[in-house]
Write a protein that binds this ligand. Structure first.
Ligand code: BES
Ligand code: ZN
Length: 639
């Protein structure tokens, strides 16, 4: 193929000019990849050696080609090389590297590079030989079919059915599949990007948009972006599609396909209020705008905290705002995670546990203590289940501090980081009192903003601050047990929800034979329904589920959470009217949190494994690589 080569060679002067114009104008550089209290940071999931050379700014040109489903890229990395070493190590996976050039004081020269041995998860190192004076390293590359961060959607997989769609999902270690980079959360960089797409589509990134898109010859358009705040690679994000926009507040808005954007704007009406609550609690929002992008239903997660632009699943558009805790969560990451960032994936709980804690504070502030306590209770129930399962085979995965060396970081991304992390912080809040705790929390975000944080760094800050070196108190609070021990320590905070107690009791009455019509469900929120469904015993007969369905129309529910939980209750009972709707849910929705338990439950039913595999065969081409990885394993699928 001659075209890509021409593209690459023809475009490098353009990139050169862009670098001269933009890179040196940019002020905010990335920071040193050492932990805050001088802790060395060794990331087992990256080939990079940022303690020697670290990248500080990226100038990126991307050409998005929906025909070949590839991105052609030119990445210019500005580097910091205090020791004057001669090697720059980057991460790649499934990238074709076309050419490397070095840039130094206005001179550009050909660079030599080599790709290391291919590792299944980590991909290949890219070693670039540099000079001590090299300022910038330019890499021309292309993505391949192995780019697991990317999902290319055909028009029929979108709401509008007319235009294709592309989105990225870089966390945890997938940025390297669409960008050669130092793919460790300990390294941060600013970026500017120019993205070329078909003229009928729009591009958005985890960055600010610069000016209006420019029409190009050949019916294409170029969008410019600028990200003045330094971010780690896992927060690099791009989406391209037919996008509409509605403002939500003075600095927030929502992007979605035109058919979805109105209902999304209605659902997220409280976003600005959430931002205000966050700022009061945790300090200023440091990212300029906060927008939400609602993706097509194949998005494998609930949400992803890409800076300035949260990516969200459309399955939270319940029509009653009952699932907006997800927005609170992703917004909260603007402090925990995006501002103070886990140094390695072993410290993942620093991102997610803190974020769940912040999420609850936001929900409490906006919707009251009782409502939030209901959410906390649901979280605790799920955590207890996860811990019970993990304690059997992988007890170390119930520690907050993980050891994921040699493993997929995905293995560590369980409720433990989220919910055990949350309860640990809630325990600390209870111990020190909200007033002192809040001052501490805020100082943590201020002191370590735009820096990586290790678990030990946080513990040292806690020790210096609230604990004031009191070892007896640390012992009494069982801090080491929480962080480095299995299961749930004895000082787990109590979570009481009267509302949920009533719904669990209702499930008990129903299980004991009470008819569905006699149940008192008036005023139940989504969360009460979920709790009720989770408390139904496994051995219920199909006609009892039929009774529930007749009275409450559960199979027809438009609420994805309720529907999923209903399917999970109906499958073991052999309640067959759910089968068709279940099948269409599995084919149309790509959110892994729903798919994994549903396929698992389906496979357990008589003849279910065969059925599950048949459905999977149809649905698989529409799933994101991240979901495919998990589901192949669950269903023993060999491609
Ligand atoms: N950052 C996570 C999503 C993630 C984690 C992606 C690890 C890849 C690897 C995001 O903030 C998140 O936690 N999303 C949750 C929703 C949230 C409300 C708990 C999800 O997607 O389910
Ligand atoms: Zn999160």
């Amino acid at each position: 193929m001659g075209a890509p080569k021409r593209f690459v060679q023809g475009r490098l002067p353009g990139l050169f000019l862009l670098i001269c114009g933009l890179v040196f104008a940019s002020g905010c550089a990335g920071r040193q990849p050492t932990g805050p209290a001088g802790f060395p940071v060794k990331d087992p999931h990256s080939f990079s050696r940022p303690a020697e050379v670290s990248v500080t700014h990226l100038t990126l040109l991307l050409d998005v080609d929906f025909e070949t489903r590839t991105i052609k890229g030119e990445a210019a990395w500005r580097i910091r090389n205090p020791g004057g070493v001669r090697e720059l190590w980057l991460d790649t996976r499934g990238l074709t590297i076309r050419r490397v050039q070095l840039f130094e004081d206005g001179r550009i020269s050909e660079g030599s590079f080599s790709l290391g041995e291919r590792k299944p998860l980590l991909g290949q190192s890219l070693l670039v030989r540099i000079e001590p004076g090299t300022k910038e390293v330019l890499i021309a590359y292309e993505t391949t079919g192995e780019a697991d961060a990317l999902q290319w959607l055909a028009a029929r997989q979108t709401a509008g059915k007319k235009e294709p769609f592309l989105f990225t999902q870089s966390q945890a270690i997938l940025a390297r599949t669409w960008l050669p980079c130092q793919d460790t959360p300990a390294v941060r960089f600013t970026y500017t990007a120019a993205v070329e797409v078909p003229g009928s589509l729009s591009a958005v990134m985890s960055a600010g948009r610069k000016g209006d898109p420019k029409e190009l010859p050949g019916g294409r358009k170029r969008f410019l972006f600028e990200m003045p705040q330094a971010i780690p690679s896992y927060l690099m994000a791009l989406a391209v599609g037919d996008l509409g926009f509605r403002p939500l507040g003075r600095r927030s808005g929502v992007y979605a396909e035109p058919a979805v954007v109105e209902s999304a704007a209605w659902e997220f009406a409280d976003t600005e209020k959430m931002m205000e609550a966050c700022e009061e609690l945790f300090g200023p929002y440091r990212w300029g705008r906060y927008d939400i992008l609602v993706l097509p239903p194949s998005f494998p997660f609930g949400g992803m905290e890409n800076p300035r632009l949260t990516f969200a699943t459309p399955t939270i558009l319940a029509g009653d705002r009952s699932l907006v805790a997800l927005v609170a969560h992703e917004l909260a990451h603007s402090w925990s995670g995006n501002l103070v960032t886990n140094a390695t994936w072993d410290d993942f709980w620093l991102n997610e546990g803190f974020t769940v804690y912040l999420e609850h504070r936001i929900m409490e502030r906006l919707y009251g203590k009782e409502y939030d306590e209901m959410l906390a209770r649901l979280g605790l129930d799920e955590l207890s289940e996860t811990i019970q399962e993990l304690l059997e085979d992988h007890p170390a995965d119930t520690h907050l501090k993980l050891d994921l060396d040699g493993r997929d970081p995905d293995d560590g991304m369980t409720d433990v980081a989220y919910e055990k992390g949350y309860f640990f912080l809630r325990m600390l809040e209870d111990a020190f009192g909200r007033e002192r705790w809040d001052i501490f929390l805020r100082s943590y975000f201020d002191r370590f903003s735009f820096q990586p944080m290790t678990t030990e760094g946080f513990l040292a800050f806690l020790d210096k601050g609230l604990l004031a070196g009191d070892r007896t108190l640390a012992k009494k609070l069982r801090i080491d047990e929480w962080v480095y021990g299995p299961g749930l320590p004895a000082n787990l905070p109590l979570v009481r929800s009267e509302a949920l107690k009533k719904t669990a009791a209702a499930a008990g009455y129903f299980a004991a034979g009470l008819g569905a019509e006699a149940l008192k469900t008036d005023g139940w929120t989504t969360h009460e329904w979920l709790h009720f469904l989770r408390h139904l015993p496994a051995g219920l007969a199909a006609d009892r589920l039929g009774d529930l369905d007749r009275v409450f129309g559960l199979t027809a529910s438009k609420n994805s959470e309720i529907l999923c939980q209903w399917f999970l209750a109906a499958l073991p009972a052999g309640y067959s009217p759910v089968m068709k709707p279940l099948e269409s849910f599995l084919v149309n929705v790509g959110r892994r949190k729903f798919l994994s338990p549903l396929y698992r439950e389906l496979a357990k039913t008589p003849g279910g494994l065969k059925r599950a595999r048949e459905i999977y065969a149809r649905a698989r081409p529409g799933y994101h690589p991240v979901a495919i990885g998990t589901l192949d394993e669950i269903l023993g699928w060999k491609d």
